[in-house]
Write a protein that binds this ligand. Structure first.
Ligand code: ADP
Ligand code: MG
Length: 323
């Protein structure tokens, strides 16, 4: 991109205090970092494409938050502590009115989570953001998807469904007049990755995942990788009062909670024997934790409501039906 170097210097370099494990940040051919002994490095990459993951006219600060938060959330799901991020930016032209608020918000969130931008790439093309985040986790303590066992309890953080409601507002202006429309729109963009929860669950959770595709789908990944089944009580899914008002019934809110993606909450499993240890470890973490079900050996996911198994269409929006 012409003027790339100036753009990088202006917007991306020297915006943060240097972490002591960063030997060399942006400016050379590679960044140099040093992992402490006894730690593994957790690495994840995610791309956000304009028109697919955010609308071209979306608030650039909110887009920055969504891009970085969704990547940090993957570190949370592994129980890793954020350390370094690389950022590949593709944009049609240098748009300073977009870049300035984007970068302000990007670095504010990066500082909040202690993650340093160490490099990237800048190219011309349709607007797209690719981030690679790296975090540190003590060897052998990473939270994986494949450790859930029969009898383990299933928990989620925060509340579910708000992100889908926010998307309804973003995609369909007729929803803007519904109660809490603006709050829910912001919830869609401005999630709070659950790093503190992930760190606290090291050595306690048997499996974990972050909710990017909807709890049914993401819990399904844990079940598949762990070769187990589960029963989830739909009535237990945590929903916000704002969402219930927006969709006008608790019933609809629960349906949103089941399928809502891009929540960036955690879904995790804990052996019964570690339940007390879990609550102790989470005592100082400012996050609501809700038990929603239990792992079994059925090999399938059963949703129950009022004690009855319900049928579930993966398309999601169908009304609940009794078997
Ligand atoms: P190269 O041609 O070696 O890939 P670049 O001109 O692409 O080098 O980048 C120069 C330096 O600026 C590198 O250290 C790179 O990591 C950094 N950089 C480029 N784009 C970004 C960006 N969007 N954010 C942070 N650092 C960047
Ligand atoms: Mg380059």
């Amino acid at each position: 991109m012409s003027g790339e170097f100036n753009l990088i210097e202006t917007y991306f370099v020297g915006r943060q205090t240097q972490r002591c494990d960063v030997l060399l940040a942006a400016g050379d051919d590679c960044a140099l970092v040093e992992a402490p002994s006894g730690y593994s490095i957790a690495i994840s990459t995610d791309t956000l494409v304009s028109g697919t993951h955010f609308l071209a006219n979306a608030n650039p600060g909110w887009v920055a938050h969504k891009a970085l938060a969704s990547n940090i959330s993957d570190l949370a799901a592994m129980g890793a502590t954020p350390a370094w991020v690389s950022f590949a930016l593709t944009m049609p032209e240098v748009d300073e009115e977009w870049l300035a608020p984007f970068c302000d918000r990007f670095f504010a969130l990066a500082d909040q989570y202690g993650i340093q931008l160490i490099g990237g790439d800048t190219t011309k093309g349709p607007l797209s953001l690719t981030l690679t985040v790296q975090g540190l986790v003590p060897k052998g303590e990473a939270l994986r998807r494949d450790g859930a066992k029969e009898g383990d309890e299933i928990y989620v953080t925060g509340s579910l469904g708000d992100s889908q409601a926010g998307l309804d507002v973003i995609l369909n202006p007729t929803n803007a007049g519904k109660p809490n429309a603006r709050v829910l729109e912001q919830r869609h963009y401005l999630s709070s990755p659950r790093i503190k929860v992930g760190e606290a669950l090291r050595g306690i959770a048997s499996a974990a995942i972050d909710i990017s595709d909807g709890v049914v789908s993401d819990l399904g990944h844990i079940l598949k990788r762990s070769s187990v089944g589960a029963e989830v009580d739909v009535e237990k899914l945590p929903v916000s009062a704002q969402l219930v008002e927006f969709v006008a019934s608790r019933e609809s809110a629960l349906q949103y909670a089941l399928i809502s993606g891009e929540e960036y909450e955690l879904c995790f499993t804990v052996p019964e024997a570690k339940r007390e240890a879990m609550w102790q470890a989470l005592a100082d973490v400012d996050c609501v934790i809700t038990r929603i079900g239990q792992i079994n050996n059925s090999g399938t996911l059963t949703l129950t409501k009022d004690g009855q198994a319900i049928s579930w269409q993966l398309s999601g929006y169908d009304h609940f039906k009794s078997n």
